[in-house]
Design a protein around this ligand. Structure first.
Ligand SMILES: [Fe+2]
Ligand SMILES: [Fe+2]
Length: 143
């Protein structure tokens, strides 16, 4: 199987994003546990595991093409002093994910690569759900 180089670029950028998300959610979970907020720590930890699942699916696709998965440099996790700070940073991360997957899908559709498109669309739908989840956590936090 041959892969279009730009599709490969999108898969690699998506993998970097997912590894970054795993790192950020896990770091925030550790921080929240330190605050004694076990419920938030658990919630953030389970987000990290979900993002890990996305990384795994992208790796499956890369490995099917004979490519060794390699996430790029990860920026530092965005932490903060309050639940609000964490959720604001997470919302930005998820919005960036939605944009990335939308652009990636536009490309793979143009290439008529239906397998990559369906993988990327699945993950896109989950990232959109993450934005909703964070919005409802933020509302609860203010309610
Ligand atoms: Fe993700
Ligand atoms: Fe996400």
């Amino acid at each position: 199987m041959r892969i279009d180089q730009r599709t490969l670029g999108w898969l690699s950028r998506a993998l970097t994003h997912e590894m970054r998300a795993v790192q950020q959610y896990l770091a925030q979970s550790v921080l929240a546990r330190g605050w004694g907020d076990e419920a938030l720590a658990e919630k953030l930890r389970s987000e990290a595991v979900e993002e890990l699942g996305h990384a795994e699916r992208l790796m499956e696709r890369l490995i099917a093409f004979g490519i060794s998965p390699s996430a790029g440099n990860l920026p530092p996790s965005r932490l903060g002093r309050s639940v609000d700070d964490l959720l604001a940073a997470d919302r930005e991360l998820e919005i960036a994910a939605v944009r990335l997957y939308q652009e990636a899908v536009t490309h793979t559709q143009r290439m008529r690569d239906s397998a990559s498109t369906s993988l990327l669309e699945d993950i896109l739908a989950e990232e959109m759900a993450h934005v909703q989840e964070i919005d409802s956590l933020r509302n609860n936090n203010h309610g």
